[in-house]
Design a protein around this ligand. Sequence first.
Ligand SMILES: [Zn+2]
Length: 113
Amino acid sequence: MHELSLADAIVSALLKMCANEPWGKVQRIRLRVGALRQVFPEMLEFAFATVVKDTALEGAILEIEEVPLEWRCLDCGNQWREDSGTCPFCGSFKRETLAGMELEIHSVEVEES
Ligand SMILES: [Zn+2]
């Protein structure tokens, strides 16, 4: 279950931020996760709740925004969403990933102290 190690990494990054900033209680964390990361949001939420127990983040809400896959053809420049393998416009195999690899803390809401 890689959601657990993911939650672990997110929580330790957040705890480091908490230690360096004069923050009050953290209320809400927004995460952007790309489709290519193959994360199950419910499992990540569950793992997060487990990891934050007895830390400064206990009780914080984790919101996960899933970012769909997006490709761009390197031959014709068209963009598309589904993972079709080849470009649906010209059939080229040359493509680059525009979106879907995200794994980032988008925002953190903190209680005013
Ligand atoms: Zn193309």
